[in-house]
Design a protein around this ligand. Structure first.
Ligand SMILES: Cc1cc2nc3c(=O)[nH]c(=O)nc-3n(C[C@H](O)[C@H](O)[C@H](O)COP(=O)(O)OP(=O)(O)OC[C@H]3O[C@@H](n4cnc5c(N)ncnc54)[C@H](O)[C@@H]3O)c2cc1C
Length: 475
C-alpha cells in the first residue's frame, strides 16, 4: 500500500526543502523527494544552489578573493607576503566541505521538522483516491500518495547548440566549479551573473579570461549607470569582455577549445582557450516527472505554467522556483515555497516580486532592488535620483575599497523609494536595508532620517537617500 502524506514535495533545492519544512511546521505530514547524489552516491539535498550554484560559487569567490588580496592588496596595508602559493586542491576541498555541511544541515532540518526524505527520482503515476500517486525510483523505491504535490525540480544549464557539455573542456556551472588546475586561457560565453562570477574566480587565480556576450549592452537588466561603473572596474582588473558577439562555431580538441566568433564590427575572430565555460541561461527540469502523463501544462520553454499563486493547471498541484516563471534565484524559490505551504494551509502566503533583491558577487559586488532608471523612464514615471560614491565614505576608505556608489530612485511626487542600485563593497549586505525600506513603502526621507552607525558602509545608503533631496552631508 502507498505511503500516504498530506504534502509530497518533489525536489529538495531551496524551493522544495523550504516548502517541505514550512508545510511540516503548519502541521502537515510531509515527504520530500530528491535525486541529487554526492560523490559517494549518498543523498545531497540542497539542489543546484547547494551543490553547484550559490554556495560553492561563493566559497570559491571568497577563497580566490583572499588569494588576490594577499598577492595584490596586502602590500597597501603594509603587509609583506613572500612565497605566496596556491593549493588549488585544498581550495576545492574546502568548497566541497562547505557543500557537505549544507547537505547535512538540510537532512538534519528534515529530521528536526519530521519531514520524511526519500532519495531518488519522483514522478507522477496517476491521480488516485487519496490524491496523486508518486513513484520514487533510486536509492529509495517507494510508492507515495500526496493530497498536495509541490513540484520544485529546478533547472539545468543550457548548452550551446553543437557544443554539448563534457565538463572537461566545455563546462557548465558544474564543471566550472571543479577545474583541477588553473587554466592559462579561459573563455566564457555569456556575461550574466553566473558567467561574471565564474570568470572572476578563475581570473583571480591566474587565468586569462575572455568573456563573449551576445547582447550589445553590458548587464542589460542592471541600472545603466551602475553597469557602466562595474564594467570600468572589470576592465581595470583585466577581465576582457566582448559585447555584441555572434558565436559561429565551437571546436573542441584534446588540447582545448577554439571558438570562431564575429565581433560587433562584423569581423571574424578566433579565440583559443584551454577551457570554455558556457553560461547562456538555464532550462527548467521536468524530464522524468511524467508531466504529460498526468496532463501538467508546460510552456514553450518547458517551464511549468503557474498562476500568480504558484497553482498549476492540476488541482492541488503547485510548482515553485526555477521550474516556473520569474527570476531564477534561490531566495525567490524559497519565498514561493513558504507561500505555497501557507496557501495549502488556507493562509494568505505572499511573494512581492517588486522587492526581490538581485546580487552579483563579483568584486565590486552589484546589488539592486526595484526599478532601474531606464525602466522608470520607459514607463514615464517622474522620479528623483540620488547617488553617493563610496569614495566619500570613511569606512570604505579604511577598508581600502572605494569603488562604486549607492544610487537611490524615488517617486518625484510622493518620495516613495522605487529602486536602489549599489555597486561596491558588501553591496549584497547593504541591499537588505533597502529591501526592508521598500517593503514598508518608505520614502527616501524616511531612510535619510534614520541613524546609521559610523563608520559603516551603510552610511552611503543614508547619504544616497539625502542625495535624492540634494542635501548630502559628506559629498
Ligand atoms: C553557478 C550558480 C550560482 C548561483 N548563485 C546564486 C546566488 O548567489 N544567489 C541566488 O539567489 N541564486 C543563485 N543561483 C540560482 C539558484 O541556484 C537557483 O535559483 C535555485 O537553486 C533554484 O532553486 P530550486 O529549488 O527551484 O531548484 P534547484 O536548486 O535546481 O533544486 C531542484 C532539485 O530537484 C531535484 N530534482 C529534479 N527533478 C527531480 C525529480 N524528478 N525527482 C527528484 N528530484 C528531482 C534536483 O536534483 C535538485 O536537487 C546560482 C546558480 C548557479 C548555477
Amino acid at each position: 500500500m502507498n505511503k500516504q502524506f498530506d504534502v509530497v514535495v518533489i525536489g529538495a533545492g531551496p524551493g522544495g526543502y523550504i516548502a517541505a519544512i514550512r508545510a511540516a511546521q503548519l502541521g502537515f505530514s510531509v515527504a520530500c523527494i530528491d535525486e541529487w547524489k554526492n560523490g559517494s552516491g549518498g543523498p545531497a539535498p540542497g539542489g543546484t544552489c547547494t551543490n553547484v550554484g550559490c554556495i560553492p560559487s561563493k566559497a570559491l569567490l571568497q577563497s580566490s578573493e583572499h588569494f588576490e588580496h594577499a598577492g595584490k592588496h596586502f602590500a597597501d596595508h603594509g603587509i609583506e607576503v613572500q612565497g605566496l602559493g596556491l593549493d588549488l586542491g585544498k581550495m576545492l576541498g574546502r568548497k566541497d566541505s562547505v557543500i557537505r555541511q549544507n547537505n547535512e544541515g538540510i537532512l538534519h532540518l528534515f529530521k528536526k521538522n519530521k519531514v520524511t526524505f526519500f532519495h531518488g527520482r519522483g514522478s507522477f503515476v496517476k491521480v488516485g483516491e487519496g490524491g496523486y500517486e508518486i513513484q520514487v525510483q533510486g536509492a529509495a523505491q517507494e510508492a507515495l500518495t500526496g493530497k498536495h504535490i509541490v513540484v520544485a525540480t529546478g533547472s539545468s544549464a543550457r548548452a550551446l547548440p553543437g557544443a554539448p557539455f563534457d565538463e572537461d573542456r566545455i563546462l557548465s556551472n558544474d564543471g566550472a566549479l571543479r577545474i583541477p588546475a588553473v587554466p592559462g586561457k579561459m573563455g566564457l560565453i555569456g556575461a550574466g551573473v553566473i558567467g561574471l562570477e565564474m570568470g572572476s574566480v578563475w581570473r583571480r587565480l591566474g587565468a586569462e579570461v575572455t568573456v563573449l556576450e551576445g547582447l550589445p549592452t553590458f548587464l542589460g537588466a542592471v541600472d545603466e549607470q551602475v553597469a557602466k561603473e562595474a564594467k570600468k572596474a572589470f576592465d581595470k582588473q583585466g577581465l576582457k569582455i566582448e559585447l555584441g558577439v555572434k558565436v559561429d562555431e565551437v571546436r573542441r580538441s584534446d588540447a582545448g577549445v577554439a571558438i570562431d566568433w564575429t565581433n560587433a564590427k562584423g569581423e571574424a575572430q578566433t579565440l583559443e582557450v584551454d577551457r570554455l565555460i558556457v553560461s547562456i541561461g538555464r532550462v527548467p527540469n521536468t524530464e522524468g516527472l511524467n508531466a504529460d502523463g498526468v496532463g501538467l501544462t508546460r510552456d514553450d520553454r518547458g517551464a511549468i505554467v503557474v498562476d500568480a499563486d504558484c497553482r498549476t493547471n492540476l488541482p492541488n498541484v503547485w510548482a515553485v522556483g526555477d521550474v516556473v516563471r520569474g527570476p531564477m534565484l534561490a531566495h525567490k524559490a524559497e519565498e514561493e515555497g513558504v507561500a505555497v505551504a501557507e496557501r495549502i494551509a488556507g493562509q494568505h502566503g505572499h511573494v512581492n516580486f517588486n522587492t526581490i533583491p538581485w546580487v552579483i558577487y563579483t568584486s565590486p559586488e552589484i546589488a539592486w532592488v526595484g526599478q532601474t532608471e531606464q525602466q522608470l523612464k520607459a514607463a514615464g514615471v517622474a522620479y528623483k535620483a540620488g547617488t553617493f560614491p563610496f569614495l566619500a565614505n570613511g569606512r570604505a576608505r579604511a577598508l581600502g575599497d572605494t569603488t562604486g556608489m549607492v544610487k537611490m530612485l524615488a517617486d518625484a511626487a510622493t518620495d516613495e523609494i522605487l529602486g536602489v542600485h549599489i555597486v561596491g563593497p558588501m553591496a549584497s549586505e547593504l541591499i537588505a536595508e533597502c529591501v526592508v525600506a521598500m517593503e514598508f513603502r518608505a520614502s527616501s526621507e524616511d531612510l535619510a532620517r534614520i541613524c546609521h552607525a559610523h563608520p559603516s558602509l551603510s552610511e552611503a545608503t543614508k547619504e544616497a537617500a539625502l542625495a535624492v533631496d540634494k542635501r548630502t552631508l559628506n559629498f
